[in-house]
Design a protein around this ligand. Structure first.
Ligand code: SF4
Ligand code: SF4
Length: 152
């Protein structure tokens, strides 16, 4: 995103909408009683061979959280916010983290689609570019991994 005055103001407003969307997602999860044993396996993308996507706005929202040193996982880091198997960025984690449940039934998929449409709408409403890309490939996340010494 460039730093024009419009975009700075739009990003600030969009971040408020994003926080509200996250609250809505969490409320839907709570209402359905979806269960998670917090084992942390789904956050180890490279071991699990799956990809978390997030928008640039979501990564900005996460930006104030400190990444955890990669310790025992150089070359094969899990999510930079995973600490001893637990999420250290729970309040700011992306929508994809909030809606993924390994045991959720197919009914949940419609809700997930709707939440993603709302995420896209936030960008349209604030006239911000929409980039929905692999989380670990985002420059901010890559720079966190380089700083942590996880990537060569
Ligand atoms: S969603 Fe499933 S794999 Fe992910 S932390 Fe919860 S129980 Fe573990
Ligand atoms: S931000 Fe938290 S929930 Fe999302 S992948 Fe990373 S550790 Fe897991």
């Amino acid at each position: 995103m460039n730093d024009s005055r419009h975009e700075i103001g739009a990003v600030a407003l969009a971040l408020k909408d994003l926080a509200a969307l996250y609250r809505e997602a969490d409320a839907r999860v709570a209402a359905l009683g979806l269960e998670c044993a917090a084992c942390g396996r789904c956050c180890d993308f490279r071991r699990r061979d799956h990809v978390l996507y997030a928008t640039e706005l979501e990564v900005i929202f996460l930006g104030e959280i400190k990444a955890v040193p990669c310790g025992a996982s150089p070359g094969n880091p899990p999510c930079p916010f995973q600490d001893a198997g637990r999420c250290s960025a729970r309040e700011r984690r992306p929508l994809g983290c909030r809606v993924y449940f390994c045991k959720a039934g197919p009914d949940w998929n419609d809700s997930v689609e709707e939440l993603h449409r709302k995420l896209r709408d936030i960008h349209d409403r604030h006239r911000l570019p929409y980039s929905y890309a692999p989380f670990l490939a985002h420059p901010l996340i890559v720079s966190l991994d380089v700083k942590r010494g996880c990537l060569s």
